[in-house]
Design a protein around this ligand. Structure first.
Ligand SMILES: O=C(O)C(=O)C[C@]1(C(=O)O)C=C[C@@H](O)C=C1
Length: 366
């Protein structure tokens, strides 16, 4: 017997099928246009990936979105569409901290879409190395976490690398306790990346005070180890748990409910020119000043004079033989094409002992 709503459902599904066909036809039209853009870029010898253009496409769609689709849905849908279009122009090789199931992999897929060539690396150092050597077009590295602050290894490597930042992306990071057994008994050690151990220290102190904290190269590596040893528990993503067939013993154990990690997308200057202004940009720098009274104050004066906002300020020891000298990592709002930003940068450059622009890039579109 037919259910009362069957006819209505069938009618709506027919309409959805028709809309899907129309969407597919439009998507193929879009893909053909992207191919044409790709041919022109090939003739010009210019690069396929344009983060500022992708940011503008998404921002434009969000601002004109009549709904009911939520604005948060726009970015992932169009990132995938542009990923597929980009792949028709050229393959994109992306290095990140692997193995499968890391948050870095999730960030890489979220940003570049799934039409990419994955280059999983064993460490953050390897991501820098592989990208600098040209074995990947882009590297994705965690740079900052909302609970733990800057990712020290990334900040240190940015100082000396020839790579620069062309884009950023961020993720809500939810950590889960994963294990072969589905309980908290007889856990001898927690294996995870030091950042994850730090982000969950309150929960661990309360629930597993006696288990050893054992730092490993990545959370997904911890999940791999936990899959082989029932005395271990890992802290990792649900993806990593599925990948290694582990139980989610406790979900969302991070101390901060809204734990976010920001990732930098790196490339080689010979591969990619600095992105043009998108209208909502960030310029990242690292500087040091000679240790004298008022040095830090002098650092912010050019920003105030030219009305440039600072959105991040973080210090790292300069490792200069116990001299208590520091490098300062600064994010400014704006692009050097803007006269105020360019003037502020010039003044800063003039009075810093060390000055390096790490990159100028469109702000995260999420
Ligand atoms: O506009 C371009 O330059 C394109 O190549 C097209 C397109 C897109 O699909 O919209 C694809 C890749 C670029 O990163 C930016 C945008």
């Amino acid at each position: 017997m037919a259910e009362p709503f069957d006819d209505a459902l069938a009618g709506l599904r027919t309409q959805i099928d028709e809309v899907d066909q129309a969407l597919l036809s439009l998507l193929n039209q879009r893909a053909q246009l992207a191919q044409k853009v790709g041919h022109i870029k090939k003739q010009q010898g210019s690069l396929v990936f344009r983060p500022e253009r992708e940011a503008k496409v998404i921002a434009g769609l969000k601002s004109g979105n009549p709904g009911p689709l939520q604005n948060d849905a726009i970015s992932p849908i169009w990132r995938e569409i542009m990923s597929a279009c980009r792949a028709l122009e050229t393959p994109t090789r992306v290095a990140y901290l692997g193995p499968a199931g890391t948050f870095s992999e999730q960030a890489a897929l979220g940003f570049f879409g799934s039409s990419l060539v994955k280059v999983p690396c064993a460490s953050i150092d390897e991501v820098f190395h592989v990208t600098a050597a040209g074995a990947a077009d882009f590297g994705v590295v965690p740079i900052e976490n909302s609970t733990e602050g800057g990712v020290a290894r990334t900040l240190d490597l940015l100082l000396s690398t020839p790579l620069f930042i062309v884009a950023e992306t961020s993720l809500n990071v939810r950590h889960n306790l994963l294990r072969v057994r589905n309980d908290l008994r007889d856990i001898e050690a927690i294996v995870a990346h030091p950042q994850a151990l730090a982000q969950c220290q309150g929960w661990l102190a309360q629930h597993l005070p006696h288990a050893e904290r054992r730092p490993v190269a990545s959370n997904a590596e911890g999940a791999r180890l936990a899959a082989q040893d029932p005395t271990l528990a890992a802290i990792a993503s649900l993806r990593a748990g599925t990948e290694w067939g582990l139980h989610v013993v406790s979900p969302a154990i991070q101390d901060e409910a809204h734990n976010r990690t920001r990732f930098a997308i790196l490339t080689h200057p010979e591969q990619h020119p600095s992105p043009r202004a998108s209208g909502r940009d960030c310029t990242s720098l690292v500087v040091s000043v000679r240790n004298r009274p008022g040095a830090l104050h002098d650092l912010v004066v050019p920003l105030k004079t030219h009305g440039v906002s600072m959105t991040r300020f973080e210090s790292r020891p300069a490792r200069s033989g116990g001299q208590w000298e520091y490098f300062f990592y600064i994010d400014l709002q704006g692009h050097p094409d803007e006269p105020s930003v360019s003037a502020a940068l010039q003044e800063l450059r003039d009075h810093c002992a060390f000055f390096k622009v790490l990159g100028t890039f469109p702000l995260d579109t999420h």
